[in-house]
Design a protein around this ligand. Structure first.
Ligand code: PGA
Length: 241
Protein backbone atom coordinates (compact mmCIF):
# COMPACT_ATOMS: atom_id res chain seq x y z
CA UNK A 1 0.00 0.00 0.00
CA UNK A 2 1.36 3.37 -0.94
CA UNK A 3 0.12 6.14 1.38
CA UNK A 4 0.12 9.76 0.22
CA UNK A 5 -0.71 12.40 2.85
CA UNK A 6 -1.58 15.88 1.62
CA UNK A 7 -2.82 19.08 3.22
CA UNK A 8 -6.45 19.22 2.22
CA UNK A 9 -9.38 17.88 0.19
CA UNK A 10 -8.42 19.81 -2.92
CA UNK A 11 -4.99 18.19 -2.98
CA UNK A 12 -6.50 14.74 -2.43
CA UNK A 13 -8.62 15.29 -5.54
CA UNK A 14 -5.65 16.64 -7.50
CA UNK A 15 -3.45 13.63 -6.69
CA UNK A 16 -6.21 11.20 -7.62
CA UNK A 17 -6.86 13.13 -10.82
CA UNK A 18 -3.19 12.97 -11.87
CA UNK A 19 -3.16 9.18 -11.52
CA UNK A 20 -6.44 8.80 -13.43
CA UNK A 21 -5.26 11.14 -16.18
CA UNK A 22 -2.04 9.16 -16.66
CA UNK A 23 -4.01 5.94 -16.97
CA UNK A 24 -6.54 7.38 -19.39
CA UNK A 25 -3.80 8.75 -21.58
CA UNK A 26 -1.83 5.53 -21.64
CA UNK A 27 -4.63 3.08 -22.54
CA UNK A 28 -6.70 2.74 -25.70
CA UNK A 29 -9.95 1.85 -23.90
CA UNK A 30 -9.53 2.67 -20.23
CA UNK A 31 -11.94 1.29 -17.66
CA UNK A 32 -12.66 3.29 -14.52
CA UNK A 33 -14.35 1.96 -11.41
CA UNK A 34 -16.19 4.87 -9.83
CA UNK A 35 -17.69 5.63 -6.43
CA UNK A 36 -20.37 7.89 -5.01
CA UNK A 37 -20.45 9.77 -1.70
CA UNK A 38 -19.03 13.15 -0.72
CA UNK A 39 -15.36 12.23 -1.04
CA UNK A 40 -15.04 11.88 -4.84
CA UNK A 41 -17.04 15.02 -5.68
CA UNK A 42 -13.98 17.26 -5.92
CA UNK A 43 -12.21 14.68 -8.05
CA UNK A 44 -15.19 14.63 -10.41
CA UNK A 45 -15.17 18.44 -10.55
CA UNK A 46 -11.49 18.30 -11.49
CA UNK A 47 -12.25 15.71 -14.20
CA UNK A 48 -14.99 17.97 -15.59
CA UNK A 49 -12.70 20.98 -15.57
CA UNK A 50 -9.93 19.06 -17.34
CA UNK A 51 -12.39 17.78 -19.93
CA UNK A 52 -13.68 21.30 -20.61
CA UNK A 53 -10.09 22.51 -20.96
CA UNK A 54 -9.44 19.62 -23.41
CA UNK A 55 -6.70 18.41 -21.12
CA UNK A 56 -8.26 14.95 -21.09
CA UNK A 57 -10.99 13.15 -23.03
CA UNK A 58 -13.29 10.43 -21.69
CA UNK A 59 -14.58 9.48 -25.14
CA UNK A 60 -13.04 6.01 -25.03
CA UNK A 61 -13.56 5.44 -21.30
CA UNK A 62 -15.94 2.84 -19.89
CA UNK A 63 -16.96 2.90 -16.27
CA UNK A 64 -18.78 0.94 -13.67
CA UNK A 65 -19.91 1.97 -10.22
CA UNK A 66 -19.67 0.11 -6.97
CA UNK A 67 -23.21 0.13 -5.72
CA UNK A 68 -26.82 1.32 -5.79
CA UNK A 69 -29.67 1.52 -3.32
CA UNK A 70 -32.31 -1.19 -3.56
CA UNK A 71 -35.72 0.20 -4.47
CA UNK A 72 -34.62 3.45 -6.13
CA UNK A 73 -34.83 3.72 -9.90
CA UNK A 74 -32.14 5.47 -11.90
CA UNK A 75 -34.09 8.73 -12.04
CA UNK A 76 -34.65 9.00 -8.29
CA UNK A 77 -32.64 12.04 -7.09
CA UNK A 78 -30.98 9.98 -4.34
CA UNK A 79 -30.09 7.08 -6.61
CA UNK A 80 -26.42 6.66 -7.37
CA UNK A 81 -27.20 6.58 -11.09
CA UNK A 82 -28.64 10.09 -10.75
CA UNK A 83 -25.68 11.19 -8.62
CA UNK A 84 -23.22 10.06 -11.26
CA UNK A 85 -25.05 11.84 -14.07
CA UNK A 86 -25.36 15.05 -12.05
CA UNK A 87 -21.82 15.06 -10.69
CA UNK A 88 -19.90 13.68 -13.65
CA UNK A 89 -21.38 11.97 -16.68
CA UNK A 90 -23.59 14.84 -17.91
CA UNK A 91 -20.60 17.17 -17.92
CA UNK A 92 -17.90 15.15 -19.70
CA UNK A 93 -17.58 13.59 -23.15
CA UNK A 94 -18.02 10.00 -21.94
CA UNK A 95 -20.46 7.86 -23.93
CA UNK A 96 -23.15 7.23 -21.30
CA UNK A 97 -23.90 3.85 -22.86
CA UNK A 98 -20.51 2.79 -21.56
CA UNK A 99 -21.28 3.79 -17.97
CA UNK A 100 -22.63 1.00 -15.78
CA UNK A 101 -24.31 0.82 -12.40
CA UNK A 102 -26.20 -2.00 -10.75
CA UNK A 103 -29.96 -1.55 -11.04
CA UNK A 104 -31.68 -1.37 -7.67
CA UNK A 105 -35.29 -1.44 -8.83
CA UNK A 106 -35.49 -4.78 -10.63
CA UNK A 107 -37.80 -7.64 -9.67
CA UNK A 108 -35.07 -10.28 -9.67
CA UNK A 109 -32.29 -8.81 -7.57
CA UNK A 110 -30.24 -12.00 -7.55
CA UNK A 111 -30.20 -12.11 -11.36
CA UNK A 112 -29.08 -8.47 -11.34
CA UNK A 113 -26.25 -9.28 -8.90
CA UNK A 114 -25.08 -12.11 -11.17
CA UNK A 115 -25.33 -9.97 -14.31
CA UNK A 116 -23.39 -7.14 -12.74
CA UNK A 117 -20.70 -9.35 -11.26
CA UNK A 118 -20.04 -10.95 -14.66
CA UNK A 119 -19.94 -7.54 -16.31
CA UNK A 120 -17.34 -6.18 -13.88
CA UNK A 121 -15.20 -9.30 -14.14
CA UNK A 122 -15.31 -9.11 -17.94
CA UNK A 123 -13.77 -5.63 -17.89
CA UNK A 124 -11.51 -5.26 -14.83
CA UNK A 125 -10.97 -1.61 -13.95
CA UNK A 126 -7.63 -0.06 -14.79
CA UNK A 127 -8.31 2.12 -11.76
CA UNK A 128 -10.96 1.67 -9.10
CA UNK A 129 -11.78 4.78 -7.07
CA UNK A 130 -12.85 4.01 -3.51
CA UNK A 131 -13.98 5.93 -0.45
CA UNK A 132 -14.14 4.41 3.00
CA UNK A 133 -16.97 4.38 5.51
CA UNK A 134 -16.36 5.60 9.05
CA UNK A 135 -16.86 1.94 10.03
CA UNK A 136 -14.27 0.74 7.49
CA UNK A 137 -16.74 -0.36 4.82
CA UNK A 138 -15.75 -0.28 1.17
CA UNK A 139 -18.62 0.14 -1.26
CA UNK A 140 -21.46 -1.16 0.92
CA UNK A 141 -19.48 -4.11 2.23
CA UNK A 142 -20.18 -3.57 5.89
CA UNK A 143 -18.08 -5.02 8.76
CA UNK A 144 -18.36 -8.80 8.77
CA UNK A 145 -18.67 -9.06 4.97
CA UNK A 146 -16.79 -12.01 3.52
CA UNK A 147 -13.62 -11.22 1.60
CA UNK A 148 -14.82 -13.78 -0.98
CA UNK A 149 -18.10 -11.95 -1.57
CA UNK A 150 -19.26 -11.21 -5.10
CA UNK A 151 -21.97 -8.69 -6.06
CA UNK A 152 -24.77 -9.10 -3.54
CA UNK A 153 -27.63 -7.50 -1.63
CA UNK A 154 -26.70 -6.11 1.76
CA UNK A 155 -28.72 -4.77 4.66
CA UNK A 156 -27.26 -1.38 5.53
CA UNK A 157 -26.05 -0.89 9.10
CA UNK A 158 -27.60 1.71 11.36
CA UNK A 159 -24.38 3.73 11.17
CA UNK A 160 -24.28 3.78 7.37
CA UNK A 161 -27.95 4.75 7.18
CA UNK A 162 -27.28 7.56 9.66
CA UNK A 163 -24.15 8.67 7.75
CA UNK A 164 -26.19 8.86 4.54
CA UNK A 165 -29.36 10.39 6.04
CA UNK A 166 -28.01 13.86 5.26
CA UNK A 167 -28.85 13.29 1.59
CA UNK A 168 -32.51 12.43 2.27
CA UNK A 169 -35.43 14.54 3.53
CA UNK A 170 -36.13 12.15 6.39
CA UNK A 171 -33.90 9.54 8.05
CA UNK A 172 -36.55 6.87 7.44
CA UNK A 173 -36.36 7.56 3.68
CA UNK A 174 -32.85 6.07 3.55
CA UNK A 175 -33.23 2.67 1.87
CA UNK A 176 -32.61 -0.32 4.11
CA UNK A 177 -30.75 -2.39 1.51
CA UNK A 178 -28.26 -1.88 -1.28
CA UNK A 179 -26.79 -3.87 -4.13
CA UNK A 180 -23.03 -3.75 -3.92
CA UNK A 181 -20.01 -5.14 -5.65
CA UNK A 182 -18.52 -7.68 -3.25
CA UNK A 183 -15.04 -7.49 -1.87
CA UNK A 184 -13.71 -10.15 -4.26
CA UNK A 185 -15.30 -8.21 -7.14
CA UNK A 186 -13.64 -4.96 -6.08
CA UNK A 187 -10.26 -6.64 -5.86
CA UNK A 188 -10.25 -7.58 -9.57
CA UNK A 189 -9.29 -3.95 -10.32
CA UNK A 190 -5.71 -3.59 -11.53
CA UNK A 191 -5.11 -0.49 -9.42
CA UNK A 192 -7.11 0.96 -6.52
CA UNK A 193 -7.09 4.56 -5.30
CA UNK A 194 -8.72 5.00 -1.90
CA UNK A 195 -9.42 8.59 -0.91
CA UNK A 196 -10.40 9.82 2.56
CA UNK A 197 -10.70 13.22 4.15
CA UNK A 198 -11.62 14.57 7.61
CA UNK A 199 -11.21 13.29 11.16
CA UNK A 200 -14.39 11.21 10.85
CA UNK A 201 -12.32 8.77 8.75
CA UNK A 202 -9.17 8.80 10.93
CA UNK A 203 -10.01 5.62 12.87
CA UNK A 204 -10.96 3.70 9.74
CA UNK A 205 -7.77 4.83 7.95
CA UNK A 206 -5.59 3.87 10.91
CA UNK A 207 -7.23 0.45 11.10
CA UNK A 208 -7.01 -0.11 7.34
CA UNK A 209 -3.30 0.64 7.19
CA UNK A 210 -2.01 -0.50 10.56
CA UNK A 211 -4.59 -3.05 11.70
CA UNK A 212 -4.72 -6.79 11.08
CA UNK A 213 -6.50 -7.93 7.95
CA UNK A 214 -9.91 -8.75 9.38
CA UNK A 215 -13.50 -8.68 8.18
CA UNK A 216 -14.36 -6.42 11.16
CA UNK A 217 -12.78 -3.65 9.08
CA UNK A 218 -13.47 -4.60 5.45
CA UNK A 219 -10.97 -2.06 4.07
CA UNK A 220 -8.07 -4.00 5.65
CA UNK A 221 -8.43 -6.48 2.78
CA UNK A 222 -6.75 -3.86 0.58
CA UNK A 223 -3.46 -4.77 2.29
CA UNK A 224 -3.63 -7.94 0.16
CA UNK A 225 -4.00 -6.12 -3.19
CA UNK A 226 -0.77 -5.55 -5.13
CA UNK A 227 -1.44 -1.95 -6.25
CA UNK A 228 -3.28 0.32 -3.82
CA UNK A 229 -2.68 4.04 -3.41
CA UNK A 230 -4.24 5.65 -0.35
CA UNK A 231 -4.62 9.42 -0.66
CA UNK A 232 -5.61 11.17 2.55
CA UNK A 233 -5.65 14.66 3.99
CA UNK A 234 -3.89 15.42 7.27
CA UNK A 235 -7.06 14.99 9.29
CA UNK A 236 -7.82 11.52 7.96
CA UNK A 237 -4.14 10.62 8.55
CA UNK A 238 -4.12 12.04 12.07
CA UNK A 239 -4.22 8.68 13.87
CA UNK A 240 -1.47 6.99 11.83
CA UNK A 241 1.52 6.01 13.98
P1 PGA B 1 -18.38 9.57 1.91
O1 PGA B 1 -18.69 8.02 1.92
O2 PGA B 1 -17.45 9.81 0.75
O3 PGA B 1 -19.71 10.23 1.70
O4 PGA B 1 -17.74 9.89 3.21
C1 PGA B 1 -17.66 7.10 1.71
C2 PGA B 1 -18.18 5.70 1.92
O5 PGA B 1 -19.12 5.51 2.72
O6 PGA B 1 -17.63 4.79 1.30
Amino acid sequence: MQVIIVENKKQVAEKAFEIIKDTIQSKANPVLGLATGSTPIELYQRMIQANEAKEVSFKDVSSYNLDEYVGLNKDHPQSYAYFMRENLFNHIDINQENTHLPQGDVADLQAECDRYDSLVKSMPADIQVLGIGSNGHIAFNEPGSSFESTTHIIKLTKQTREDNARFFDKAEDVPTHAITMGIATILVAKKIILMATSTSKADAIQQMIEGNVDTDCPATVLQNHPDVIVIVDKEAASKLG
